[in-house]
Write a protein that binds this ligand. Sequence first.
Ligand code: CA
Length: 249
Amino acid sequence: MEADAGTAATAGRVALVVEDDEDIRALIEFTLATQGFEVIAVGSGLEGVEAVRDHHPDLITLDLGLPGIDGIEACRRIREISDAYVVMITARDEEIDRLLGLETGADDFIAKPFSARELKARVNAMFRRPRTVGGVPAVEVTGEGPHEVLVHGPLRVDVESRRAFRDDQELVLTRTEFDLLTELMRAPARVWSREALLRSVWGTDWASDTHLVEVHVGNLRRKLSQGIDPGTRFIHTVRGVGYRMELPA
Ligand code: CA
């Protein structure tokens, strides 16, 4: 088995593969195992939801076309009990556009056929950031040391404990939304192109994936203004370029 530079972040973590095609399931299982994951594999959506409950995976690959409940419904049920990274795997490239228009709860999408290398790269990018889930919320605001806290107006992000707040209210974000917000808040004056965000958050720079950024920014925006005036904007669209943080009036 080849040595893999990205293994450190993924070693010892649990991955769940939900895929009914045996060949593809074996490919994904093997690929994730070489990254150090302890891999559990099942062949249907219902078994997938059950496995999430039993094994608390850190990463889930979810086939869209599954017997019984499909990948979208499975993801919806999984999201109620887990905040694991979810990679949705689709049979066709064109399907991704349709999926991006839905609120699937998935963090990333890959179309078949994909290579082991591509899957590895995506997974490594997801796990590149140190994560301490369930940490203690930060009260003190410091810009240095291991306890990094980012502040932007009423927004506060505690990077180590991976918690985000608006005033005193904790925001319920997916891992990808959290990573996106962190990246934007680390350089709030910067205008981020979609490609730059793809590189930093998803670890890819395929221009065809910029839809992914748009959808997650849209979801993040909605959550940032949840419960207050929905017109409150913390992320400004710079026409033809990308995004930057703004302070609502
Ligand atoms: Ca399938």
